[in-house]
Write a protein that binds this ligand. Sequence first.
Ligand SMILES: [Zn+2]
Length: 291
Amino acid sequence: MKRPAIAALLIATAGFCPAPAQTKAAKAPPAVPPAPRTRAEVAAVLSHADPPPANLRPLRLLLVAGPKTHGVAQHDYPVWQRTWAPLLAKSPGVTTDTAFPFPTEAQFAAADAAIFYFKGGWETAQVEALEKFQKRGGGVVTIHWAIGVTAAPEPFAARVGLVYPAARFRHGIVDLRIDASHPITRGFPPVVRFTDEPYWPFVGDPKRVRVLASSEEQAGPDGAPALVPVFWTHEPAGGGRAFVCIFGHYMWTFEDPLFRLLLLRGIAWAAHEPISRLDALALDGVELSEP
Ligand SMILES: [Zn+2]
């Protein structure tokens, strides 16, 4: 698939921060919950996955949430934490811990990967905690607004590649364009439709990230169509990994098995685990349509 230059719409100048939340998307009709995936389309993706090895090490996952923002069934960080901690703990060898609104040093020390779903601020002390965690091999996963930054963007960008100073967004249908050449996206078709929310522009150096999936938005000069990254990986020079997931506005997205696969594999990848280790959870309790 031809891939338009993402670099053109990213801001690579260290320290530059657009005005926050002033440029809103055009008024759009309320989003409609998406229909359940068909069993066949989920099976087609899963058919490309290798089963995880039998002898898996203990995996300790830390789920970090904050006070809820937004309307009903949107940005419900506490509900996610209450449902995903037991979900992840169903996987063999996985134990979970939870933090609200930010982990203690002891919690970071006891975790292999930390997953953040909250309204990000990322003050200096929080970014320093991430850096320390990554330097000893910890995996960082951010979901949706956890990529937001209200402090200086560059230190957080060094941890996760690109960061979002709450500039532009769009709620609604997204035809996600997927690069299936990475283990996280293996088996995915070139385009998958979701109903959620992309963000743009980001602050950071696009050369530091590997974009796995993107969305075409009016993000170019004068609103011209351009791709914005929606899922990416980042490997900081000092060690550790980061997986960034921009989707997660609507809580229905967390019940989508294909979204779950991307997130679960991103968690496994960030923790240096076999990529399909958590795949089985993608179908746990979700509604599918036939065939
Ligand atoms: Zn949102």
